[in-house]
Design a protein around this ligand. Structure first.
Ligand SMILES: [Zn+2]
Ligand SMILES: [Zn+2]
Length: 273
């Protein structure tokens, strides 16, 4: 399977990248495609890489805007793209297929509010349908150790250490290859478990040692490297580094803890396992 970075900026879109978004796809004749997070600005770059109608599911690690806010744009696309929309705003049946959205509980209401629709009212103008974003998206709640089969991929979620309910994702293909994505998390046992033996560990490193002292939010490069070593991953890709942080410092911190290959994620870089 192949991992492609779409948005890699930490916490908000930077001058060179959107916020968090990654594409995982299999290399079958009819590939399974999953989008991991769809943060602010990411829908733009995503469309350069893949048709937004071609993926089987979106998996949101948590509901901070830099991980989910472009779902509102994807909703507009699903509702009003003339390929699918017949012009009748009250005919929600014109949406052919719903996209599965795996996310922490509350995503449906949160994203409906972000689209500026009163809860319980249809976001489709003029419609009396009392539904919400669920006529475009099928929401499925994540939980600790949830496991979902999406096409030929298995996705497992692990509760991690962040100020809001947040999950790391472990994706396994039908050959047993593993890509783990940390989402946002500080160092914790569940993150190590999620990354255990991963071929690629895509890990946030938003903080810098000795500067960012708050705990329970993000990893430093050093802590990301330590998780990678404890989980015995084969390679480490650092991401979610904010604009005010020197990427070389974060990478250096990680290299002090992890002896395997380390890369810095950037938009449209990809890794095949
Ligand atoms: Zn974030
Ligand atoms: Zn976050």
């Amino acid at each position: 399977m192949k991992l492609t970075a779409i948005g890699t900026a930490g916490s908000f879109p930077g001058p060179d990248s959107a916020a968090s978004c990654y594409l995982v796809e299999t290399e079958e004749e009819r590939p399974t495609r999953i989008v991991l997070d769809l943060g602010s600005g990411a829908l733009s770059r995503l469309q350069r890489v893949v048709d937004p109608g071609s993926f089987a599911a979106v998996v949101l690690t948590h509901l901070h805007p830099d991980h989910c806010m472009d779902m509102t744009g994807l909703y507009v696309r699903h509702c009003y793209d003339p390929k699918f929309f017949n012009g009748n705003v009250s005919d929600t049946g014109s949406i052919r297929t719903r996209t599965s959205v795996f996310a922490p509980p509350g995503a449906e209401e949160r994203l409906t509010r972000a689209y500026h629709t009163d809860p319980g009212r249809s976001p489709v103008a003029g419609s009396s349908d009392p539904s919400d974003l669920t006529h475009a998206f099928e929401f499925v709640d994540l939980d600790h150790r949830s496991s979902f089969q999406i096409g030929s991929l298995t996705v497992e979620s692990f509760l991690v250490d962040h100020p809001v309910e947040a999950y790391a994702l472990r994706i396994t293909d039908d050959r047993g290859k593993v890509i783990t994505y940390s989402g946002d998390s500080d160092e914790c046992d569940n993150l190590i478990e999620a990354a255990r033996g991963a071929d690629v560990f895509l890990c946030e490193a938003a903080f810098q040692e000795d500067r960012d002292t708050a705990r329970g939010i993000h990893l430093t490069g050093k802590r990301a490297g330590r998780v990678a070593t404890n989980a015995e991953v084969k390679s480490l890709v650092l991401t979610h580094i904010p604009v005010w942080t020197d990427r070389c410092i974060v990478r250096g911190e990680a290299a002090g803890e992890f002896r395997g290959p380390i890369e810095l994620a950037k938009p449209e870089a990809s890794w095949t396992v």
